[in-house]
Ligand binder design. Structure first.
Ligand SMILES: [Mn+2]
Length: 330
């Protein structure tokens, strides 16, 4: 652990010891890391005898309802205006706005603690622990338990392991470092319920998603010496299978399994707009491609949406941009 991180941990410990009431939150549209870390921190603070108000601007998707203690989070409900907190802990929020409109808490809390692993993280807190090398915020929180020499309880371990496993895509992404795996081992040792986590997150899929996946694979095209995979799902496809764009989760990643494919493109005709998802095997930075269409994302996963766009036109445009990038490859 870096010296500056150790220093930040020490500061966080004294902020916890010297204060009594805490507001804890992750980011809007929360993922497994955001909620898992929020729940573990809230639980740790309670074990240390503190008053905690755990908050999330939005509810998660159905697949995260198994998280132990999820009902202790106040979803979309800010505390009454007169409520004052000694400190606020923001997790996974690279900037002040990521958690929602929390101005009232920022104004009243004496100490703002910012814990994050995003490389774009801003130092908006009084105490900032930003570790871009950490796989997940859950990894940092597990290290914090270790720093305190407090063993995560079973439920805490389950919440933290969920953050770790979702942010690494089941230990598949390049953020699966030796430290991420060490932390995973610690959490399994503390009783993390990996059977439930795996069953719900990775071995359960709605019927409609599978039907749509079947349709999508039927419509898969390989272009440009089989280096580009393209799938287009039209409004008619969704109607035929009584599905909607929410059922397209994971489809765009499937063609990446084909050895020749460098970029996978999924075009979706949604009510009033066209949505495009991009995946790369790693040679081409699809976030740069998405940026040309006012979208964004990461090197291997990106996307954009165009309101009122025409499917055929956008398809032509994105294919020509991707083809130009693929042509540059050796
Ligand atoms: Mn994260």
């Amino acid at each position: 652990m870096k010296a500056q991180n150790k220093k930040a941990f020490a500061k966080i410990v004294s902020a916890i010891k010297n204060n009594n009431s805490f507001f804890v939150a992750g980011h809007q549209n929360p993922d497994g890391d955001s909620l898992g870390s929020t729940l573990a921190v809230a639980s740790l603070l309670k074990r240390m005898g503190k008053k905690v108000y755990a908050f999330s601007n939005d509810r998660p998707g159905n697949d995260l309802f198994f998280l132990p203690g999820l009902d202790t989070i106040n979803f979309g409900a800010l505390p009454p205006l007169k409520a004052e907190f000694d400190a606020m802990i923001l997790l996974e929020c690279s900037d002040k706005k990521r958690g929602g409109n929390l101005d009232s808490i920022f104004n009243s809390a004496k100490t703002v603690i910012n814990i994050d692993h995003h490389i774009t993280g801003e130092n908006y807190g009084d105490i900032n622990y930003i570790a871009p090398n950490a796989s997940s915020t859950a990894e940092i929180i597990t290290q914090f338990f270790e720093y305190l020499q407090i063993k995560p309880a079973k439920d805490e371990a389950t919440n933290l392991y969920t953050g770790l496993v979702t942010d690494t895509a089941r230990f598949l992404h390049s953020n699966t470092t030796a430290e991420a795996l060490r932390v995973a081992s610690v959490l399994v040792g503390c009783g993390a319920d990996i059977e439930t986590i795996n069953a719900i997150l990775y071995n359960t899929r709605p019927y409609k998603e599978l039907k749509l996946l079947g349709r999508a694979l039927e419509k898969l095209n390989l272009l440009h010496k089989n280096k580009i995979a393209e799938i287009t799902l039209t409004a008619a496809d969704f109607k035929l299978l009584k599905t909607n764009p929410q059922h397209t989760q994971g489809i765009v990643s499937q063609p990446i399994m084909i050895s020749s494919v460098e970029v996978s493109i999924l075009l979706r005709e949604e009510p009033g707009r066209i949505a495009v998802n991009l995946r790369s095997k790693g040679k081409i930075d699809v976030s740069k491609i998405a940026q040309k269409f006012n979208g964004g994302g990461h090197m291997r996963a990106a996307g954009f949406k165009q309101n009122g766009g025409k499917l055929d036109i956008i398809k032509k445009q994105i294919l020509s941009v991707v083809k130009a990038e693929v042509a540059k490859l050796k």
